[in-house]
Design a protein around this ligand. Sequence first.
Ligand code: HEC
Length: 193
Amino acid sequence: MNNVKSFFIFHCCHLLPLGIATGFIVGCSEPLPPIPNTILAPSTSSSALPDTTVQTPPPIAEPKQQSQTMVMRTLDPEKVKSGGIIYHTNCATCHGPNGESTPDWRNQGADNKYPPPPLNGSAHTWHHSSDTLKKIIREGSSSGIGGMPAWDNKLTNQEIDDVTVWITSIWPDEIYNIWYQEIEQKQQMKQHQ
Ligand code: HEC
């Protein structure tokens, strides 16, 4: 049952269009919060209207409210350091030195397989809880669907844990914040119920 769900979560993103233009990601079964506008496009909040219109509250209030709910990243620096070494030794050849992968990652290659997606927060990696990410890294792609190798016989659980922490360490604050509050924390709460 769990395997079926994880399989779907892992591969569903490739089967459905990624409609990020509207500010929402569609296509994954995990509940997805909107990406903040600041990630998708430069802010257009500076209005062209003359200052004579007094109804609109000052736009400064919004970022202030957001920063109050920002999660402090308390990642273990030792794990981040070790995860970075593991990543650059084993993963960077495919996912890029900074997890940026290739701009063409949404399109299948000549072999009908998808290129490695970016892991740097610009794609859908942050839609998965750290448990799901570790499972993906341990088990790799199902044969024929993608080219992600399985790492369970090549890396220890500790190393897989560290590289997962490193991946979350390279996400922008906004992405980390939404991931932590909407995906990771909810997953942890489910486990403790
Ligand atoms: C041979 C190339 C290759 C290597 C090396 C590789 N990957 Fe991947 N990885 C892929 C491909 C291709 C996918 C997409 C898999 C699919 O579509 O089934 C992927 C997917 C992933 C995903 C899921 C991303 C998402 O957004 O759902 C994670 C996480 C990941 N890789 C982490 C790693 C880590 C960590 C390492 C090193 C330990 C690594 N990969 C090494 C090719 C690679």
